[in-house]
Write a protein that binds this ligand. Structure first.
Ligand SMILES: NC(=O)c1ccc[n+]([C@@H]2O[C@H](COP(=O)([O-])OP(=O)(O)OC[C@H]3O[C@@H](n4cnc5c(N)ncnc54)[C@H](OP(=O)(O)O)[C@@H]3O)[C@@H](O)[C@H]2O)c1
Length: 323
């Protein structure tokens, strides 16, 4: 496993990290704790030292599993978690003041809950789960976060940027409040390359690249016939004719595999994320050991060729399936 600096924080993180939304269950129906724990352990066996979770993932269930892993391992494992917006508004909506999403007492209370779920006295990165740059113009939230940092309960502070909207955090990068930025970055959504990545590189901010497989689309396993369990959020994400749209895109993308840059689509998808210097770690969701083994094996020090990166630019696709 190759390690990369998490911006200027001094931490060195595995370039393939672990996305722990799916193991929280709830919106990802069918997660099994025994399988999830095996996947988490296998990831650590294979050098993963960075896990992204959130209080909101299964109402603390994901954090609970991560906490169990921490107790069962001796390795240094860095955990990033998230404070949910109090109004449960995903993404942060225009016109809603930060006092409604992130009042100071809510931030502190959520951090304490996360620490209890994890069974630790600190988290490595405490992220706000939504963001709008106009939050910077209001007070309250900032003092709460900075006092958690001062007390050591949150080693570092971060923002999880709204879906497909990296431009909404450019002022936050410059503000100096936050150490890390989590953003959707994958073959379909390449928009962080427009401005965000250069800003993060210039100011030494860590970048956590999320949803590298576009919720599974870029693994090539979602066909027009795929069905998800009742209650699974992917029924919405891939609703209507979206599975067909995705499949048509994926068939075009698969032709690139013939050029030898990657043997599989998941490998190509991860290599795409790791090709950018701004990316500190990419955090695929992976509830299964086989997926952990496949994804960690991509960290072999080889980078995509410039011609492959150029070819992948033509596969960018602007849309928002979350809304
Ligand atoms: N707003 C936010 O802050 C936010 C939003 C979304 C996600 N995130 C973070 O980003 C992480 C990653 O995003 P995600 O989990 O939503 O989606 P993702 O990583 O784009 O895709 C996950 C899907 O890909 C499958 N998969 C993984 N490796 C595979 C492989 N090698 N071959 C075939 N299939 C494979 C997974 O299957 P299995 O799980 O069944 O193994 C799962 O169905 C999350 O876990 C979470 O930590 C943050």
């Amino acid at each position: 496993m190759q390690m990369r600096p998490l911006g200027r924080t001094g931490l060195r993180v595995s370039e393939v990290g672990y996305g722990a939304w799916g193991i929280g269950g709830a919106l990802w129906v069918g997660a099994r704790d025994d399988e999830s724990l095996r996947a988490l352990h296998r990831a650590v066996d294979l050098g993963v030292n960075f896990i992204d979770t959130a209080l909101g993932y299964g109402m603390g269930h994901s954090e609970g599993l991560v906490g169990r892993l921490l107790r069962e391992r001796r390795e240094a494992i860095y955990v990033a978690t998230k404070v949910p917006p109090k109004d449960l508004g995903w993404p942060a909506r225009r016109g809603v003041p930060v006092s409604k999403c992130y009042p100071a007492d809510h931030i502190v209370e959520c951090c304490e809950k996360s620490l209890r779920n994890l069974g630790t006295d600190h988290v490595d990165v405490l992220q706000l789960h939504t963001w709008q740059d106009r939050f910077l113009d209001e007070d309250g939230w900032r003092d709460a976060l900075l006092s958690l940092k001062k007390s050591g309960k949150a080693r570092l502070l971060g923002v999880s940027i709204n879906d497909h909207d990296p431009g909404s955090a450019l002022r936050a990068v410059k503000s100096g409040v936050f150490d890390t930025f989590q953003v959707i970055y994958n073959i379909f959504d390449q928009s962080p390359e427009d401005e965000l990545f250069a800003a993060c590189l210039a100011d030494g901010r860590g970048v956590i690249a999320r949803v590298p497989f576009d919720e599974g689309a870029l693994t090539g396993t979602i066909t027009p016939e795929t069905e998800f369990p009742d209650g699974d959020f992917r029924n919405h994400y891939f609703g209507g004719d979206r599975k067909r749209q995705v499949w048509d895109r994926v068939l075009r993308l698969k032709k690139l595999l013939a050029e030898g840059e990657a043997k599989t689509l998941p490998e190509l998808a991860l290599r795409f994320c790791l090709a950018h210097d701004a990316v500190s770690t990419v955090i695929p969701g992976m509830r299964k050991v086989a997926n952990v083994e496949a994804n960690t094996s991509v960290s072999d020090g080889r980078r995509l060729t410039p011609s492959a990166r150029t070819a992948l630019r033509t596969h960018a696709w602007h849309r928002d399936f979350y809304s």
